[in-house]
Design a protein around this ligand. Structure first.
Ligand code: FAD
Length: 399
C-alpha cells in the first residue's frame, strides 16, 4: 500500500493545520465559557474565511458547492480538523449535517434537493437526525415505535425521540418512523423530512450531557412528535427503505468520526508531551518526562494512535476501492477500537496534567467529558464487537 500524501493534499493539510492553530485553538477559552449563541458571530467570521480558502464542505462534490475531496482525502482533513472542537463545524463537515447531506444527495428527489440540500450545503441552514427513542433500546432500532401514518396526502408522526443532536436551531429533521408496522421488520421504517417549525414538532429540552446541556449546534435534544403532520412528498427514497438508508448514511460517517478522534488523540498527545517536558517535579529541575512511567505512557499512546490511524485509513481505502459492504467488518473494528484508544489517550493526557487536567484551562477535560459518548453513539462498542465476532466465526464456518 502506498502511504504517500499527494502534493495537493499536502498543501490542503498545511493550510488547515495553520488555520486550526492560528484561528481556532485561540477561540477555545471563549468556547469553553460561552454559549453557542454567543460564539456564533465569531464562528461565522471564521466560516467566511474557510469559504475564501475554497475549503468549505471539503467532502461534498464541487457541483454542490463543496471542495470535492474523496473519502481518503477527507479522512486526512477530518484528522487535522479534529484537533479543535470547532474544526468540523467551521469547515462545514460536521455531524449530523454531513450524513444528512450525503443521504439527500444520494436519495433525495429534485424538489428535496432544491428545498433542503442546497441551502444545507451552503451553510444557510442546519439539520438533525432523529432516530433514537427515549423508552426503547437504540442499539436495536427495529424496536422503535414512532409511527408515521398516512392521512390524505400527509404523514402524521407520533413518537418520543431523544439525542437528536443539534436539533436546537435546526431547520429540518430527518425522522425515522414506522410507516408499515405489519411488514418484514427490516422494511417497516422510513425516513421523512420534518421541518422543525411544523406544529407537533416539540423540542422538550436540550438534554444535559455530562453536566452540560449546551445550545444551538452544540446540543442534543429530546423531541416529542405529537400529531406532527408533513406532506408525503417529504419521504426520502421509498417507503420501508429506512434501515437501508441508515446503513448508507453511517458507512463513510464512521471514517469521518474515527479520523476526527485520531485528531483529538494527536492534540491530547501533544499536550501530554509538552506538559511532561515542562512540569518540574524535583528540586534538581527534573521534569515529569524524565520518569519511566510517563515515558511508557508516551510510547504506548504513540503506538496505539499509530495503529488506530492505520486501521482507519485502511478501512477508508477499502470503502473507496471495494464499497462499504465489503468493508463492513473493518468499519466495525475501527468504530470500537479508535473510540477506546481516544479514551485511553485522553485519560493519560489528563493524568499527566494532574489537577490542571480536571479544569477547563486546557481542552482536555472538555474532550474527556464529551468524547466518552464515542463508545455509545453510532453503535455501542459491544454491538460492533458482536458483529465483528459473528462475521469472523461465519467466515471460518464457510471455509
Ligand atoms: C452524544 C450522543 C449523540 C447522539 N446523537 C444522536 C443523533 O443525532 N440521532 C440519534 O438518533 N441518536 C443519537 N444518539 C443516540 C445513540 O445512537 C444511542 O444512544 C445508541 O444507539 C445506543 O442506544 P441506547 O442509548 O438506547 O442504549 P441501549 O440500546 O439501551 O444500550 C445500552 C448498552 O447496552 C449494551 N448493549 C446494547 N446492545 C447490546 C448487545 N447486542 N450485546 C451486548 N451489549 C449490548 C451497550 O453497552 C450499550 O451501551 C446519540 C447519543 C449520544 C450519547
Amino acid at each position: 500500500m502506498d502511504f504517500t500524501i499527494t502534493e495537493k493534499m499536502q498543501v490542503i493539510l498545511e493550510m488547515i493545520n495553520e488555520f486550526v492553530d492560528k484561528e481556532l485553538i485561540p477561540l477555545e477559552p471563549a468556547f469553553l465559557t460561552q454559549s453557542a449563541a454567543e460564539m456564533m458571530p465569531v464562528i461565522k467570521e471564521k466560516q467566511k474565511k474557510v469559504k475564501q480558502m475554497e475549503l468549505w464542505g471539503p467532502c461534498y462534490p464541487k457541483e454542490l458547492g463543496g471542495a470535492g475531496l474523496n473519502l481518503m482525502e477527507h479522512a486526512l482533513v477530518s484528522e487535522a480538523l479534529g484537533r479543535s472542537p470547532l474544526g468540523h463545524f467551521v469547515f462545514w463537515c460536521q455531524a449530523p449535517d454531513v450524513g444528512n447531506i450525503e443521504l439527500l444527495e444520494m436519495f433525495g428527489n429534485k424538489e428535496q434537493k432544491e428545498t433542503w440540500l442546497h441551502p444545507l450545503v451552503a451553510g444557510d441552514i442546519r439539520s438533525c437526525f432523529s432516530m433514537t427513542e427515549v423508552e426503547l433500546a437504540g442499539s436495536n432500532p427495529l424496536m422503535m415505535d414512532t409511527t408515521a401514518v398516512k392521512d390524505g396526502d400527509d404523514y402524521v408522526i407520533n413518537g418520543q425521540k431523544w439525542y437528536t443532536t443539534s436539533a436546537d436551531g435546526a431547520e429540518f429533521a430527518i425522522v425515522m418512523a414506522k410507516t408499515n408496522p405489519e411488514a418484514h421488520p427490516y422494511l417497516q421504517a422510513s425516513m421523512i423530512i420534518v421541518p422543525c417549525d411544523t406544529p407537533g414538532f416539540n423540542l422538550v429540552r436540550n438534554i444535559p450531557v455530562m453536566g452540560h446541556a449546551g445550545d444551538g449546534y452544540f446540543s442534543h435534544a429530546e423531541i416529542l412528535y405529537q400529531n406532527c403532520r408533513v406532506p408525503q412528498k417529504n419521504l426520502i427514497g421509498e417507503e420501508g427503505q429506512g434501515f437501508v438508508l441508515a446503513q448508507e448514511r453511517l458507512g463513510p460517517g464512521r471514517i469521518h468520526h474515527c479520523m476526527r478522534w485520531i485528531g483529538i488523540c494527536n492534540r491530547a498527545f501533544d499536550l501530554m508531551c509538552a506538559r511532561a517536558q515542562e512540569r518540574v517535579i524535583s528540586p534538581d529541575g527534573r521534569t515529569l518526562a524524565t520518569r519511566q512511567i510517563i515515558q511508557s505512557w508516551i510510547a504506548e499512546c504513540a503506538a496505539e494512535i499509530q495503529a488506530a490511524r492505520l486501521m482507519v485509513l485502511h478501512a477508508a481505502w477499502r470503502i473507496h476501492n471495494e464499497g462499504a459492504k465489503a468493508a463492513r467488518k473493518d468499519i466495525s473494528l475501527i468504530k470500537f477500537k479508535v473510540a477506546n484508544v481516544m479514551q485511553m489517550v485522553l485519560d493519560n493526557a489528563l493524568q499527566v496534567h494532574g489537577g490542571l487536567g480536571m479544569t477547563d484551562d486546557t481542552i482536555l477535560a472538555f474532550y474527556f467529558r464529551h468524547e466518552r459518548a464515542a463508545r455509545i453513539y453510532d453503535g455501542a462498542d459491544e454491538v460492533h464487537k458482536v458483529s465483528v465476532a459473528k462475521q469472523i466465526l461465519k467466515d471460518r464456518q464457510i471455509r
